[in-house]
Write a protein that binds this ligand. Structure first.
Ligand code: GTP
Length: 137
């Protein structure tokens, strides 16, 4: 995965927003679905990857029973490792059917999880800029 990378001499933030997520809660084996926002700052080598590969990354980890927190971390960790990126951010917003159609039955409650690595973890300003872009509508 993420074997296609390009030289682009681009060292600024790249973000793909609103990637559809469909996964399965490992507790109840019921779907949870929503969107993922995945971004990174390339390393000093300026190496980037194909945009579709970010969506593929989400897809690979979503296709197994999951908890949303682990799914979010796995996306961030793999991206960081494969791209040798300066920073990575993954934010997921999902609705869990196990909370909607059974149990507490709260329709429309959305769970937001984030995983930040590198510059997004160490620099609050960098993280705030990324969150502003993620939330821009
Ligand atoms: N943190 C987290 N919890 C999840 C996720 N998906 C489902 N859950 C929760 O996992 C918990 C499992 O709780 P249990 O007490 O074992 O199961 P339960 O008796 O069916 O719980 P209720 O859903 O409250 O009826 C529930 O609170 C679910 O809402 C997830 O992605 N992340």
């Amino acid at each position: 995965m993420l074997t296609t990378t390009f030289e682009a001499d681009h060292e600024e933030f790249v973000l793909v927003r609103d990637i559809e997520v469909m996964s399965m809660c490992e507790h109840h084996l019921l779907p949870f679905k929503g969107v993922a926002h995945v971004g990174y700052i390339p390393g000093t080598h300026g190496r980037i990857t194909g945009l579709s590969k970010l969506a593929r990354l989400v897809e690979v980890y979503a296709r197994r029973p999951q908890v949303q927190e682990r799914l979010t971390s796995q996306i961030a960790d793999l991206l960081l490792a494969k791209l040798d990126a300066r920073g990575v951010i993954a934010v997921l917003e999902c609705e869990h059917l196990c909370m909607e159609m059974r149990g507490i039955r709260k329709v429309g409650a959305r769970t937001v999880t984030s995983a930040v690595r590198g510059a997004f973890q160490t620099d609050g300003k960098v993280r705030a800029e990324a969150m502003a872009l993620i939330n821009a509508r």
